[in-house]
Design a protein around this ligand. Structure first.
Ligand SMILES: [Zn+2]
Length: 510
């Protein structure tokens, strides 16, 4: 059977989703789990866009073994050098370079012409190939590019040494039948392509990303670009779990196999959702919480007699049944580390120490600490790693019929400790105002969501906020049994993200 490689771009395209801004620690944590999931390629970032992105890609290349590690680069010399400097530490480094090829992109995005783009493609791929053993080239907006010109660009990239040619449906415009015919024609026009890997990168603007990707497989694509939970620019990318399970479940139809460890899918999906704050819809294929639930009596009866009646996959296939973890207040640090590992988190050193302190605090007040609690603690600790502001203590007075009053103490790694008081509409508002006063940074709350991690009166509360500073939005997450404290932590984290200057790339990408 032909092997199709899974190229995961959760950390690059996925991270460009509105409101997601991951820290280096968070990206490294996700990359370790992607390696356990056994994806073939991890696109770890776009190194030239920021110091943080460069550092994440470098660390993932140096630390995460198994998959090929790649970084994105425009067809500019500086981008390619920077991408190489970051991925060179991997045992399997790859440079991924791209350029817009449709008339719209060439004119408005690149302010260039077809001839110039051909020349830059050749130069960039040759340059990348002189540095890295493996080079991938993507014509951006390929599906809206006239096929004759696209074939010219692809031939030049192949002649210059591109190992992988990735046809990007950047704006999610194509349809399965059309895409298959388009790729076939490209293969006919550029016969040299058969000796390289043909890849597809599909967006979900019309809900067709997975279907289009699978159409690519039918006509010979050897690599599919995906993101966990389908996150990504606008409506997102083809979802990893749907593509993988379609190929694994219907191998008979597609005649291909994948190397992915499907039993890690459930963990990976929850980990990415917890860390990014992007919730999974209950009815989402494969990983939604209802994907394996059988509500109707008729279905249940059928399932009880023989599961195959209404199930084409089992919960075990995606690792859903392995989550019966319960820890109590007598569980030690080793038990916590083991449980976290089973859930996909590889915490160590300081982060593990802090997670253990949090675990103990919670275990003292809660009968048993469940897998969902542990995942929330782990995601929270991984995310709070690089902040310079730390919430010390707070006090709130709230009563019906009058303004709430809050006092907070906040310490800063370099500037010392600050105290402030403020009044506001209710306890949460007054705490936020007091934090603004203590940090001397004024934010504007644009979104506030609160959720109970598990059921029961002693449940952990999780708060997610989006705060605007200087016309840009930053997100934060906080966790506590006290919802006001969770809100305060979330707000302080958003301040930390803002002051660390973490902003995504402003450039268009495939
Ligand atoms: Zn994309």
């Amino acid at each position: 059977m032909r092997r199709v490689e899974i190229f995961d771009t959760t950390l690059r395209d996925g991270e460009q989703s509105p409101g997601i801004s991951l820290s280096v620690e968070e990206k490294v944590e996700i990359a370790y789990q992607l390696a356990r999931l056994k994806v073939d390629v991890i696109e770890a970032g776009f190194p030239i866009t920021s110091e943080g992105d460069f550092e994440s890609v470098s660390r993932i290349a140096a630390e995460v073994d198994g998959p090929t590690i790649t970084g994105l680069a425009r067809v500019h010399e500086a981008d390619i050098v920077r991408a190489w400097e970051a991925v060179q530490w991997s045992r399997r480094p790859r440079i991924h370079t791209f350029v817009g090829t449709s008339d719209l992109h060439i004119e408005h995005q690149m302010q260039s012409d077809q001839e110039d783009i051909l020349q830059r493609t050749g130069e960039a791929v040759r340059h990348a190939k002189s540095l890295a053993p493996e080079v991938e080239f993507s014509p951006m907006d390929a599906t809206r590019t006239e096929i004759g010109y696209l074939a010219e660009v692809v031939r030049i990239a192949v002649e210059a040494g591109a190992d992988v040619v990735n046809i990007a449906d950047t704006v999610g415009y194509t349809t399965p039948v059309e895409f298959a015919a388009f790729l076939r024609e490209l293969q006919e026009r550029v016969p040299e392509l058969t000796e390289r890997t043909l890849s597809v990168h599909c967006h979900d603007d019309l809900g067709l990303a997975v279907a289009n990707s699978l159409a690519g497989v039918v006509v010979g694509a050897g690599q599919i670009e995906v993101a966990v939970n389908g996150i990504g620019e606008r409506a997102g990318n083809a979802s990893l779990e749907e593509v993988v399970m379609a190929l694994a479940t219907r191998g008979d139809h597609y005649g291909v196999e994948v190397g992915t460890e499907t039993r890690q899918i459930s963990n990976t999906s929850r980990l990415v959702s917890n860390i990014t704050g992007y919730e999974i819809p209950p009815n989402k294929a494969i990983v939604g919480r209802n994907a394996f639930a059988h509500e109707s009596g008729i279905h249940q009866d059928g399932v009880l007699k023989d599961r195959r009646t209404f199930e084409i996959m089992t919960p075990e296939d995606i690792g859903l049944e392995g989550n019966n973890i319960f820890l109590g207040k007598h569980s030690g640090r080793h038990a916590l580390k083991d449980a976290l590992e089973e859930l996909g988190y590889s915490l160590d050193g300081e982060v593990l120490k802090r997670a253990f302190v949090r675990f103990k605090e919670i275990a003292d007040h809660k009968k048993s600490v469940t897998a969902a609690d542990l995942e929330a603690i782990a995601a929270d600790e991984v995310g709070s790693f690089e902040g310079k502001f730390v919430l010390g203590s707070f006090r709130v007075v709230a009563a019906t019929g009058r303004q709430s009053r809050a006092a907070v103490t906040i310490s800063h790694a370099e500037r010392g400790t600050f105290e402030a008081e403020a009044e506001g509409e209710g306890p949460v508002d007054s705490v936020f105002r007091a934090i603004d006063a203590a940090t001397s940074i004024k934010g504007r709350l644009t979104d506030f969501r609160t959720d109970a991690v598990t059921g029961g009166k002693d449940a952990l509360g999780e708060v997610r906020v989006t705060v605007e500073f200087e016309d840009r939005e930053y997100s934060g997450r906080g966790l506590s049994q006290d919802v006001v404290e969770a809100a305060a932590r979330a707000y302080v984290r958003a301040v930390n993200v803002y002051t660390a200057g973490r902003v995504g790339a402003a450039w268009a990408t495939p």
